[in-house]
Design a protein around this ligand. Structure first.
Ligand SMILES: NC(=O)c1ccc[n+]([C@@H]2O[C@H](COP(=O)([O-])OP(=O)(O)OC[C@H]3O[C@@H](n4cnc5c(N)ncnc54)[C@H](O)[C@@H]3O)[C@@H](O)[C@H]2O)c1
Length: 394
């Protein structure tokens, strides 16, 4: 499969599907974009046209190229029973609603249409790739291709083979993502893949600190930005993502790990969601975004900020180390995923080496003995690294 020569199918023309279609068309592919909802592909086409116009106005693309990109986009209105438009596709990426049976039905129908060597890729954030592959007759060609929002701007793509995925399918999908200018990382088919798993404590531990009254929302956000170096604080980021979406990801990872307390969702967050305080999209979340609302002032206490950052970052490093231990991804890919997928200021393993693995371990041991909770258990690999004096990023 050479880049540009293969026709790319994208099913689902929502926020993600339209972005993925744009990426593939800009990379030179003919793209078939479909959606089951009437008019949705035209809305998506207008959005892609506007996005390209912005590129032209900023001098990053000339008008002739933008016209070519749009000319390579073919729109189709489809249901699961009418998928003929995808007949010539070498790869079809689905970005339909996050529902297992909808995606399984779609893949089953697609395999009756595409060639035997065509790849069926899913952009799912939380479903098992094995469960999607298992619903088809040829699970060897089913793979996860997880883009981040907005797909044209975010560099990272997680490539997620299931235990049933053929090695050449992984290699071809990975090569395609690289040819599209993306940074690709390979993750095992485990809950949250890399980013949505390793990032959980950024939210979860910050919520614990809030619930215990150690600091308020504005102070924690200020600490994580100004002392931690993160682009956004956890609460402003949750308000941006949507508290409902963030809770759904946490709940899905928690269930996916058979209710491991390390990933337990927060009651505070659930109450916010129940009350409709979903974040920016509803003008209220942890913060009040309505006109005239005053922004709360943080308590600029440097010592407190350092304690907050130390605790949250130790939990993040522990999660990254444990993902390496359980072979979710290579150390290099864990570093890439967190810096390119969620723009962390540095890779978490490198961060652990900078702080010192012994110091990270001491923070976690301290928390575990204080709270007596399994949530704070240090990764055996962190313990072994300290014992053997090995760096985390070997
Ligand atoms: N939004 C994100 O930040 C994000 C990031 C990474 C991955 N994802 C994943 O991408 C997928 C899509 O998410 P989204 O945010 O673009 O959703 P969205 O609601 O914006 O778009 C989904 C689209 O799929 C269409 N659709 C639903 N069922 C269909 C079917 N059977 N056939 C064809 N079209 C169908 C809908 O009409 C809708 O236009 C989900 O699996 C989600 O988990 C989302």
């Amino acid at each position: 499969m050479t880049t540009g020569s293969v026709t790319v199918g994208v099913v689902g023309a929502g926020a993600m599907g339209r972005g993925i279609a744009q990426v593939a068309a800009v990379a030179g592919h003919r793209v078939v974009l479909s959606d089951a909802r009437e008019g949705a592909v035209h809305v998506a086409h207008d959005a892609i046209r506007s996005a390209l116009a912005r590129e032209v106005s900023k001098g990053r693309m000339d008008q002739a190229r933008a016209d070519d990109v749009l000319a390579r986009l073919e729109l189709a209105e489809t249901t699961s029973r009418e998928l003929d438009a995808f007949r010539d596709c070498g790869i079809v990426i689905e970005a339909v609603v996050e529902d297992l049976s909808t995606k399984q039905t779609l893949f089953r129908a697609l395999e009756g249409v595409v060639a035997r060597d065509a790849i069926l890729a899913t952009n799912t954030s939380s479903l098992s790739i094995a469960a999607l592959g298992g619903a088809t007759g040829h699970a060897d060609r089913v793979i996860g291709m997880h883009f981040f929002n907005p797909a044209p701007l975010m560099a990272l793509v997680e490539i997620v083979p299931a235990i049933t995925t053929a090695a050449d399918v992984t290699a071809r999908t990975d090569a395609l993502a690289s040819a599209w200018g993306k940074t690709s990382v390979v993750a095992t088919d485990t809950p949250g893949f890399i980013v949505n798993r390793v990032a959980r404590p950024f939210y979860g531990e910050s919520l614990r600190i809030l619930e215990e009254g150690l600091a308020d929302v504005a102070t924690i956000d200020w600490a994580m930005r100004d002392v931690g170096g993160f682009r956004m604080g956890p609460f402003e980021l949750m308000d941006f993502i949507g508290n409902d979406v963030n809770l759904a990801v946490t709940s899905s990872v928690f269930e996916g790990f058979f209710f491991d307390p390390r990933y337990r969702p927060s009651l505070t967050q659930r109450r916010l969601v129940e009350a409709g305080l979903l974040g920016r999209k509803r003008e209220r979340g942890y913060y009040d975004y309505r006109a005239g609302a005053a922004a709360p002032e943080p308590r600029r206490d440097r010592g407190l900020a350092e304690r907050i950052v130390e605790r949250v970052v130790a939990m993040l490093i522990n999660e990254a180390v444990d993902a390496v231990r359980l072979r979710v991804a290579s150390p290099a890919d864990v570093e890439l995923a967190m810096t390119k997928g969620v723009n962390y200021p540095r890779g978490l393993l490198a961060w652990g080496d900078r702080i010192g693995p012994a110091s990270v371990l001491a923070t976690l041991d301290g928390l575990q003995s204080e709270y007596g909770e399994d949530r704070y258990r240090p990764s055996p690999l962190l313990r072994a690294s300290v014992r053997d004096q090995r760096p985390l990023l070997g």
